[in-house]
Design a binder for this molecule. Structure first.
Ligand code: CTP
Length: 400
């Protein structure tokens, strides 16, 4: 962590006193802290204490001529390696989730191009309120990281989740968040699709498949772990999103395509979703009923867009396009033909005749223009790590 810098936003809460200790702990580890103290925060700790501990001036006002002449608020938000909000109040979280900026802290949060780590602290009922839950969900989806809150007795006498994480826990989370920076794919943007798509027949029925999303989620995790700015466009699955990844949830193939196109340009695209090839030509507005004459309805299907092929031919084509090929027979020839047909650079081919879909292990072949490499069976996490290793080497020019 030595040599790194953190922009610490101190919100208004009784836990603000712990942020003073956090600054000391960071300083002990060679991390420079610059602080923004909100108006409410200044009711709990004084600007003088913060300034003494950071050995720097404290930034409080958005419209301060002196501050702007020394360092503009946009520059302030980007000069550090990481933005940390501790305590993160319901107010600060709600503002960022809603895109509001009416003071220095909220403006810096919106303007930053760095990762944000929040250490929430609030009354347990506030933390559990539907609106704060909505903010947390939105922020997590946007890639904001969280540490805490912890369970415990609160200053207000109630018990439950809401206590700010302890300074050393926040230091550990900062260390983790900083590690992501400086990876081999730092500065790269990666787009990953995962899971099945669901194609509605009527409001209660749909066509789908057995994809669990596990392989795609593991790839997004590994890409983010290597430092890539990672967007995971996911169909409906039952697994938790990996940390440090922006999750975009979609249902149908057409929504998945639109979400992918909205994320271009990107450097890397890994299309692991099991996109439904066809959808019912009409999705009825009302539930299709049996009408007593034992007539079975006929479902006509129409072709869905091929997201992989469209991205591979896109005017903002990612520099490396990786597709998957789920095959049940003649795996290698079918997958190699699919690579050419869809215009992908690489294809990860797997035999889905067993219980690969939903399972934790996978046996794949990596097919490029010049090679076909069969990997031994391994966990989906290991497949993901190995694939990301190849991607890294590709961009470092040590492999094709
Ligand atoms: N794919 C896609 N959009 C589709 C269908 C597939 O992006 N409408 C992508 C998948 O994410 C995968 C690759 O194309 O990366 C191959 O998917 P697969 O299901 O194996 O191939 P299909 O196109 O369905 O071809 P086939 O049915 O002939 O095997």
């Amino acid at each position: 962590m030595r040599g790194k810098s953190v922009l610490l936003i101190i919100g208004g809460g009784i836990a603000a006193y712990k942020s003073l200790d956090l600054i000391r702990r960071l300083a002990e580890r060679g991390v420079k802290t610059r602080a923004i103290l909100t108006r409410a925060g200044a009711e709990f700790v004084t600007p003088l204490s913060v300034s003494a501990l950071t050995a720097d001036k404290v930034y409080c006002e958005l419209f301060s001529l002196t501050d702007e002449s020394e360092m503009g608020h946009i520059e302030l938000s980007r000069a550090a390696d990481l933005v940390v909000v501790a305590p993160a109040t319901a107010d600060l979280m709600g503002k960022l989730a809603a895109g509001l900026a009416n003071d220095l802290a909220s403006t810096a949060l919106l303007a930053t191009d760095k990762r944000i780590l929040m250490a929430p602290a609030m009354n347990v009922r506030m933390w559990q309120s539907p609106s704060v839950c909505r903010s947390t969900e939105t922020l997590a989806r946007d890639g904001v990281l969280f540490v805490g809150p912890n369970d415990g007795e609160m200053a207000c006498g109630e018990f439950g989740p809401g206590r700010m994480a302890e300074p050393l826990e926040i230091v550990a989370a900062i260390e983790q968040a900083l590690k992501i920076r400086g990876g081999a794919l730092d500065g790269f943007k990666a787009l990953v699709t995962a899971g099945p798509t669901q194609e509605p027949l009527d409001p209660v029925r749909f066509l789908a498949n057995r994809s669990s999303g596990k392989q795609g989620y593991a790839i997004a995790d590994a890409l983010a772990g290597a430092g890539a700015d990672t967007v995971l466009v996911s169909g409906p699955v039952e697994i938790a999103p990996p940390p440090h990844v922006k999750l975009v949830k979609v249902t149908t193939a057409r929504e998945m395509l639109a979400a992918c196109e909205a994320e271009l340009p990107a450097d890397i695209a890994v299309m692991s979703a099991a996109v439904a090839d066809w959808r019912p030509d009409i999705a009825a507005n009302n539930k299709i009923k049996k009408n007593g004459d034992h007539q079975v309805p006929t479902i006509r299907l129409m072709e869905n867009p091929d997201i992989l092929a469209l991205l591979a031919a896109h005017k903002s084509r990612p520099r490396l396009v990786v597709g998957f090929a789920a095959e049940t027979d003649d795996v290698l020839p079918h997958a190699a033909a699919k690579r050419t047909r869809k215009g992908a650079d690489w294809i990860v081919a797997n035999d889905v005749s067993g219980n690969v879909m939903g399972g934790d292990r996978n046996q794949v072949h990596l097919i490029t223009a010049s090679s076909q490499d069969s990997w031994p069976e391994m966990s989906k996490a290991d497949v993901a790590r190995r694939l990301v290793q190849h991607i890294t080497q590709h961009f470092q020019g040590t492999a094709s």
